[in-house]
Design a protein around this ligand. Structure first.
Ligand SMILES: NC(=O)c1ccc[n+]([C@@H]2O[C@H](COP(=O)([O-])OP(=O)(O)OC[C@H]3O[C@@H](n4cnc5c(N)ncnc54)[C@H](O)[C@@H]3O)[C@@H](O)[C@H]2O)c1
Length: 313
């Protein structure tokens, strides 16, 4: 990148320092921002307050990640001139779907119970953990049939699962790979394993809560590698305790890195700390993709993968 642009690193260590640094004018020459998922710990969300003070010549924001709920795209679109936002779709698909499959097998088989009892020197536990379930012949329901959902479907087809899906838009047959499109309620009612693969936004926050758990098969297994807040964690803990939901596999949580104590305490819950894309290969692919977005923006005036909300901007 240094052959086409001067690279400047902000010095701020907190959100208020970052706001002050922006307001000071020191960053006014910045044309494009490269933004990581972890940078939220320093700056907080790119919400309207922050977007309002971003450097005045800023035109592009390349986010390193497929999910960009940390960025208020509406506020970016409404700036004059607008800030164009990009993410890194596709690059994340394999590693995130692999994580979802790991969580699904673990939740179906009760591996967490076995792994915990073994480490407590209690072999299969006392009493022994109940028999698990095979994925073969089960119905996988995917909510949000995008890059990760479709990748997961391919992997689960190899396990002998049948896939149904619900998406904002019904997909062409070549894209859906033979999976059956169903309504949201049919998805809830028919899935043996429900995988959440949709973005977090105002329409999808708590899209799965008490009313939705009640529409699911008793003993359903739920996998969430999307964002914690697409599911209501308090309601989930209650649904697990009542046995409405048999087990869950979670990579993401409502208030990361805080975890609901009811989830930690429940042995039927498979938990990993947001490791979806945590591999050398995928981190490198995401960084390269975000760099390509910046390179394309600087050289051609167009981002390689603008976020869907801004495709018409
Ligand atoms: N755990 C991780 O490390 C990790 C890694 C990458 C992505 N993610 C999360 O996974 C999400 C999905 O990623 P992706 O790359 O597959 O995104 P994508 O944009 O390719 O697919 C998302 C799909 O969800 C659909 N959708 C949107 N709103 C919907 C709604 N209300 N109901 C039904 N479907 C809806 C969209 O039409 C799209 O097909 C991301 O938004 C991100 O938050 C997590």
């Amino acid at each position: 990148m240094s052959n086409i642009a001067e690279i400047i690193e902000p010095q701020a260590k907190t959100r208020s320092e970052f706001i002050d640094e922006c307001k000071s004018g020191k960053l006014d020459s910045v044309h494009a921002i490269y933004r990581t998922f972890a940078s939220v710990e320093t700056t907080g969300r790119f919400d309207p307050e922050l977007v309002a003070v971003l450097p005045k010549n800023l035109k592009y924001l390349a986010h390193v990640g497929a999910g960009y709920d940390q960025v208020d795209v509406k506020a970016c679109s409404e700036r004059d001139p607008p800030i164009r936002v990009s993410n890194t779709p596709t690059a994340v698909d394999n590693a995130t779907a692999d994580t979802a499959v790991f969580l699904m097998l673990g939740a179906l088989r009760g591996f967490n119970v076995g792994m915990t009892s073994l480490r407590q020197n209690k072999w299969r536990g006392e009493p022994a953990l109940p028999l698990g379930h095979d994925p073969q012949g089960k119905v996988l329901g995917i909510l949000g049939m995008g890059g990760i959902g479709r990748n997961m479907m391919k992997k689960c087809t190899a396990f002998g699962m049948k896939t149904i899906y619900h998406n904002r838009n019904r997909l062409d047959d070549d894209k859906s790979g033979g999976a059956q499109y169903v309504s949201f309620d049919e998805l809830l009612a028919q899935s043996d394993v429900l995988s959440l693969n949709l973005p977090l936004n105002n329409h999808t926050r708590h899209i799965i809560s008490t009313a939705e758990f009640a529409k699911m098969k008793k003993d359903v297994v739920i996998i969430n590698t999307a964002r914690g807040a697409v599911m209501d964690e308090d309601a989930l803990v209650k649904a697990l305790e009542s046995g409405q939901v048999r087990s869950v596999g979670l990579d993401v949580f409502e208030e990361e890195p805080k975890i609901h104590p009811g989830l930690v305490a429940n042995p039927n819950v498979m938990l990993v700390p947001h490791l979806g894309t945590w591999t050398f290969e995928t981190q490198a692919a995401m960084e390269e993709w975000a760099m390509d977005n910046l390179r394309s923006a600087i050289e051609t005036g167009k981002l390689k993968s603008p976020v869907p909300e801004q495709t018409d901007l």
